[in-house]
Design a protein around this ligand. Sequence first.
Ligand SMILES: [Zn+2]
Length: 479
Amino acid sequence: MGRENSMGITAKKAEDFPEWYSQAVIKSGLVDYGPVHGTTAFAPQSYALWENIQDIFNAMIKKSGHKNAYFPLLIPEGFLSKEAEHFKGFVPEIYWVTHNGSSELKERLAIRPTSETMIYYFMARWIRSWRDLPMLLNQWCNILRAEIKDTKPFVRTSEFLWQEGHTAHATDKEAEEEVMRILEYYRTIVEDYIAVPVLMGRKSELEKFAGAKYTLTIEAMMPDGKAIQMATSHHLGQNFSKPFGIKFLGQDSKEYNVWTTSWGISTRTLGALVMVHGDDKGLVIPPRIADVHVVIIPIFTKDNREEVLEFCEEIKRGIGDSCSTVLDSDENTSPGYKFNAWELKGVPLRLEAGQRDMEKHQVTLVRRDNGQKSAVDIGSIREKVAQTLDDIQKSLYSKAREGLAKSTHEADTYAKFRELAPKGGFIKAQWCGKDECELKIKEDTTATSRLIPFNEKKKGACIVCGSPTETIVYFARAY
Ligand SMILES: [Zn+2]
């Protein structure tokens, strides 16, 4: 077996999805495993994707008046325990710092599993009157939550990167509007840039964020039939502002507690990107999120090398700075090796140029998503590249959209639900709202309630207990 074969992915996506995924993220150079269980390094290639998400999100939130800030990593135990539900929810995952040098600390310090409590400490100091509201803060940082179970790069790791937004408002209504506004930003990033379709809705009481009044979520379906929670937006009511004493003086000179929200999107989204779009050759990066859009592969012999390279430079200049183009002029690897290497990395477009292309003043354009080849006159290369990248973006999304539709099923009886559950995908069913019915479904099938859609209601009965209800829930097994 030659070098060209051994570096590629050996598992098939349709046959052994978990193995395919781990080879895809490792062999493409996105991540590498850390020495401590559940940790990974984000190589430049994946960090560049994360930076693109940061840029897109920063532009959105800054436009609506949010500001970036940074808060301390170590959270005193007493802070976390101030909101009892929150503490209970996070305790099993916390990494504790117990020593300061060689001396034992009087109070344990948590490495932030999320920063509500730390940021509220500051908000209580910074908010004085209605003039300070709304306070719209966001922090980009790392988070530690112990993952003892199966770990998976991007999707399930003890340390990950995210943004966490934290806002304080004068009224309940403003906080409600905020969590919806942010959910829509998340939908835009995931659908319009990462090209992964999502369902939007509200979490059940059992699945909501620990300490929240309610949680909104966007969820995507992976090709193996498991759902991934892509981002969440929480309305925290006054559950935190009361214990943390975040008060403001209203225009009527009376004191009130603020209403707070928190919301986050993490590097998990990159895992979904790989799972949804990747194929047996490797990654397929949607153009709108890609770091490199085009790779030019020169096909030369030792006699025409200079000429072909000059032609490729001309093509690169022709494409201009509308997208990011790499010319792979490495002399030590063959064109075939380069094709495989760049396919593995998922660069959306490949241009091949050799002697014949040069004579015809053309270049061969190859799409990563479907392998389609076409010859393009280099006079129109700029427009053709832009148009093809746009086509790739749209076609990745519509293909994923079809996948979502195909893996969404409906169950009107519990028997039907139990028959569908092992097959994976979303199962749409009616539920009365009681914890016990939701828990029974989880125990019997391992499927959890993923979301209650915003505007879908139907007169019917709970599939478990038969009580009349209008509520529809999407259930699924999830990462
Ligand atoms: Zn029920």
